[in-house]
Design a binder for this molecule. Structure first.
Ligand SMILES: [Zn+2]
Length: 67
């Protein structure tokens, strides 16, 4: 696999494949907040080092604090 400008992650709620800029998660190295492009679920994305210089994205649903 070539290095990609975007990393893909699956929405845990609806299964839609979203993309996030690689440099965004690499630079910050902390929780990112994003919303699913499909169901608008707020998501928490954490980048972690995987094997072979791969980046694992750990995605979880964020509680909606509006209610
Ligand atoms: Zn979704």
């Amino acid at each position: 696999m070539l290095s990609q400008a975007y990393l893909e992650y699956r929405c845990p709620r609806c299964g839609y494949i979203n993309a996030i800029a690689r440099e965004t998660v690499i630079d910050m190295y902390k929780e990112q907040s994003d919303a699913c492009q499909h169901c608008q679920q707020k998501l928490e994305i954490i980048a972690a080092n995987g094997i072979n210089d791969q980046i694992n994205l750990i995605v979880s649903e964020q509680e909606d604090s509006a209610k």
